[in-house]
Design a protein around this ligand. Sequence first.
Ligand code: ADP
Ligand code: MG
Length: 259
Amino acid sequence: MTCIAVANQKGGVGKTTTAINLGTALAAVGLRVLLIDLDPQGNASTGLGIPRAERAKSSYDLLINEVSLKEAAVATRVPRLDVIPATEDLSGAEIELVDYDARTHRLDRALAAHDGAWDVILIDCPPSLGLLTLNAMVAADSLLVPLQCEFFALEGLSQLLNTVERIRSRFNPGLSILGVVLTMYDRRNRLTEQVSDDVRAVLGRVVFETVIPRNVRLSEAPSHGVPALIYDHRCAGSEAYMALARELIGRLPKPAKAA
Ligand code: ADP
Ligand code: MG
């Protein structure tokens, strides 16, 4: 099993869209995937069609009540893709956790009890570098960073990378950056091209070759409670996430490849 945190402290850069559709694409090629929704807004849970009433156990219970992955996971309409939904009480978890021992290691502990039911665990992080994201970074093997091609894209990134350095030196030396993926890419926009060139010049090969285009199907799908890959599997957004999945699998440590 490999655990990938989808993280960027900026909101609206495509974390949740990436977690949902990459998770679906990985499941489509045969991997058993668990998506942990770690954002109190619960967008990933909603986008995967889990109504609030059906979130009996949630990522809050994972962190606070020591509920197991198995108990909290629910199936989605996508074969091989399960989700641990988020509920609103997760927004309080950040404050509640402050009083706990090992408050940065709650998720790591939950994952340590994993019994091989999933090949890939994806964590959809909230838009901050608070305790929830720290828990994800301590628990994860690697980070996937969605980056929107806009003018300040690189500024927030240095803060993120500093946090990764701190996590590495204190808690999780093996934490790697699996890759940076450029999202909402608009080929007709000069700025997109320019930012993309800058980002690639600074970060080099850590940036995935696959880019995710700006595609209205990707933003419509969540309101239907399904991933874009089910809503319209032939749209440019779905194809891009399939390509990203293939490229990402090539970067994973070998054992995780076996489906
Ligand atoms: P985050 O989780 O980082 O806050 P989201 O994935 O929720 O970001 O995306 C923010 C908004 O942009 C959402 O409304 C989403 O539907 C939309 N969006 C994300 N990626 C794309 C894309 N490639 N093309 C068009 N809309 C997108
Ligand atoms: Mg989100």
